[in-house]
Design a protein around this ligand. Structure first.
Ligand code: ATP
Length: 199
């Protein structure tokens, strides 16, 4: 599985729609200071569901939308699509290519799409669980991330190993099942109380 394509429109400094196609192997992005290199990795983090404004180097989420220049008006939406080659079927879906899209309006509302069908952020998170790609994954190693991993508490570091070992989705499912069990237990207790009152 590898990153095949990135399409950006209205995200940070990218006022016009751009499409970047990547080959397998290493790609280096070079350019002068302030030309938008880091905005590309921000776009990748953002489309994967990043909710932390700080991690995207902004002060509010709206900052990701192109804010205009002396020659270009600000835009009202930002949209990023990321396409992965899934011919190895690492992602558990029957598509050879998987495209995820995030669109955000100035109102703050975000929409997510999986191969052009509307979906929830939860669906995207679940799709990438245990692949290292998601928000909690290790596919985007930013400045200072290695230091953070080395100096973090062992429980925090464990999360990284769990993602690599492929057990996060089982822990997530266990947690969801536990929540349902707790709700059912509460409902049963309530029902027993009502029955006792009626007797
Ligand atoms: P360096 O090599 O110095 O790290 P870089 O190539 O990584 O630079 P970026 O940090 O990706 O550059 O891009 C910074 C540029 O993006 C700045 O010129 C900034 O004005 C512009 N920019 C950031 N957010 C927006 C936005 N919402 N609208 C328009 N331009 C933006």
């Amino acid at each position: 599985m590898y990153l095949k394509r990135l399409e950006i429109y209205g995200f940070k400094s990218f006022a016009n729609k751009i499409e970047m196609n990547f080959e397998e192997g290493v790609t280096a992005v070079v350019g002068p200071n302030g030309s938008g290199k880091s905005n590309i990795s921000d776009a990748i983090k953002w489309v994967l569901g990043e909710q932390s404004v700080k991690s995207l180097r902004g002060s509010k989420m709206e900052d990701v939308i192109f804010s205009g220049t002396s020659s270009k008006k600000p835009l009202s939406i930002a949209e990023v699509s990321l396409t992965l080659d899934n011919s190895s079927q690492i992602l558990p879906v029957a598509y050879e290519e998987v495209t995820i899209t995030r669109r955000m309006y100035r109102s703050g509302e975000s929409e997510y799409y999986l191969n052009k069908s509307s979906c929830r952020l939860k669906d995207i998170r679940e799709l990438f669980m245990d692949t290292g790609i998601g928000k909690e994954g290790y596919s985007v190693i930013g400045q200072g991330k290695i230091d953070e991993i080395l100096s973090s508490k062992s429980e925090d570091r464990r999360q990284l190993f769990e993602e690599a070992a492929g057990i996060v989705k089982y822990k997530h499912r266990k947690h969801e099942a536990q929540k349902k069990l707790d709700n059912t237990k509460d409902n049963l207790t309530r029902l027993t109380d009502i029955l006792q009152e009626l007797e």
